[in-house]
Design a protein around this ligand. Structure first.
Ligand code: FAD
Length: 445
């Protein structure tokens, strides 16, 4: 039951991706006043700037849910503002304005590099940057990756497949090879994401790669048949491979060095051949020392991302460090940053979604995580008196920022303009490519 306005608790949710939106909904339904601060002008996070552009139905379904959340009477949207130690507003300033607790759902914004020689060569990219380019995140919409003829993608999850999908439609290189450090039974992609590129698979080469790994796969107690079944099922509903690219998979390979040509562009990658080892119930890879040079003119790392160290919270292994001894555990999980050894004033800070576990799963999982995290916040709020302020009043008390803040009314205007543009251009969707264009569209609407 929604209880708007005063005399309820006041929470700032930082980041309006799926985790932030669903956390806001959970808290608002419990009667909490929520202000939802977001770096981007638009809400949605990777649901807006990650999910492959042709998944219109899925995106529209999510956007309808997000709209309902943003229209809840006790949710206030504040877009186009970065929170954090190096942001427009610091958590402490939000605290001073009256916010009683913080749910940090800023996702995992930083690229994950392996620190290999040659990573700075021309033609070496991060999957996130390529994704942000084709989904038109303002900071990347005007940028273009230079894609050659022979592309290597490091990593074998769904994001790798989205990249191959984009290459097939927009760039059409001659060949794309994805490299995994482990074997065919450890791939992290699913049938639906493989379908758009399944008919591009170079089956003869993949069979040879699977054969090469098969003995080791058996030795660690795995069966490659399930992998073949996955490929076969994806090929049943596969789209045509009209651009004719060859899509290969190579297993048991970890990149060790990227080699450049005289112009400073990538020309090859040196991989170490791995063997599989079982550690408890986990299958891991271990280098054999055997090196192999594979010619590639473009390399895209698709090995996950990490949280932004500049946000100002303690970071451990790429994610915000939660305490091992939570005061409000939910289903045995800690959502609390509070750790007196790592941060001085953080008993009111909670974290969920990809900020808690970078790269973990799809929107549905981020939602579950956010709702569990919101339950932890409610446990903390129970120990505090209600606030005399509304979310609006607390936002008014914040120091002025340079950026032009965006509210729900602005979002509605922007949406109307973009829909009109899409209709006039005969497109299923239209996005402005820069923040300035978005803000102009809002101001002129
Ligand atoms: C390429 C790609 C494709 C995907 N495809 C699918 C798919 O098809 N289906 C599916 O279900 N899932 C898909 N996912 C997964 C899904 O997008 C994630 O599960 C989900 O978006 C994670 O939500 P989140 O809110 O934790 O983080 P994010 O979505 O990253 O949201 C973080 C939000 O925080 C904001 N933010 C960041 N820093 C700050 C700051 N300092 N201050 C204020 N705001 C800040 C950002 O602007 C953003 O709005 C995909 C992911 C990727 C990367």
């Amino acid at each position: 039951m929604t209880k708007p306005e005063q005399n309820s608790h006041l929470v700032a949710v930082i980041g309006a991706g799926p985790a932030g939106l669903y956390a806001a909904q959970y808290l608002a339904r419990a009667g909490v006043q929520v202000a939802l601060f977001n770096r981007d002008i638009k809400p949605g996070g990777l649901a807006e700037y990650g999910i492959f552009p042709d998944k219109h139905k899925m995106r529209q379904g999510l956007m309808r849910q997000f709209d309902r959340i943003l229209n809840m009477p006790n949710v206030r949207y504040v877009g186009n503002v970065t929170i954090g130690q190096q942001g427009d507003l610091k958590l402490d300033q939000l605290r001073q304005a009256g916010f009683q607790a913080f749910m940090v759902t800023v996702g995992a914004q930083m690229n994950h590099w392996l620190g290999l020689p040659g990573e700075d060569l021309a033609g070496v990219y991060q999957a996130n940057d390529v994704v942000f380019h084709y989904t038109q995140l303002p900071e990347k919409a005007g940028w273009q990756p230079e894609i050659g003829e022979n592309v290597g993608v490091i990593g074998m999850g769904n994001v790798m497949l989205d990249i191959v999908h984009y290459l097939k439609e927009a760039k059409a290189p001659r060949r794309v090879t994805a490299f995994a450090r482990r074997g065919p039974t450890e791939v992290k992609f699913d049938k639906q994401t493989l379908e758009p590129v399944a008919s591009c698979l170079d089956l003869a080469e993949i069979r040879a790669a699977v054969d090469e790994a098969a003995r080791q796969t058996q030795e660690v107690g795995k069966d490659v048949e399930a992998f073949y079944e996955l490929l076969a099922q994806a090929r049943e509903n596969a789209e045509d491979c009209d651009s004719g690219i060859d899509f290969g998979l190579k297993f048991l390979r970890s990149p060790r060095r990227i080699l450049g040509d005289a112009q400073g562009r990538v020309r090859a990658v040196v991989f170490e051949v791995n063997q599989l080892v079982r550690e408890g119930d986990q299958i891991k890879s271990r280098g054999t020392g055997q090196l192999e040079e594979i010619p590639l003119d473009t390399v895209i790392f698709s090995i996950g991302s990490r949280v932004d160290d500049g946000f100002g919270l303690p970071v451990v292994q790429g994610h915000f460090a939660t305490t091992d001894a939570p005061r409000y555990p939910v289903d045995g999980i800690s959502y609390e940053i509070y750790n007196p050894e790592l941060c001085a004033q953080c008993e009111d800070i909670f974290v969920s979604g990809w900020a808690r576990v970078p790269g973990e799963g799809i929107v549905g999982l981020a939602r579950k995580d956010a709702e569990r995290g919101a339950r932890a916040v409610l446990g903390y709020l129970d120990t505090l008196p209600a606030s005399a302020l509304t979310a609006d009043q607390a936002v008014q008390k914040l120091p002025p920022v340079e950026a032009r803040l965006v509210n729900l009314e602005d979002l509605k205007k922007l949406d109307a303009v973009e829909q009109k543009m899409a209709a006039s251009k005969g497109l299923p969707a239209f996005k402005f490519g820069t923040r300035e264009e978005m803000l102009d569209a809002i101001d002129q609407a």
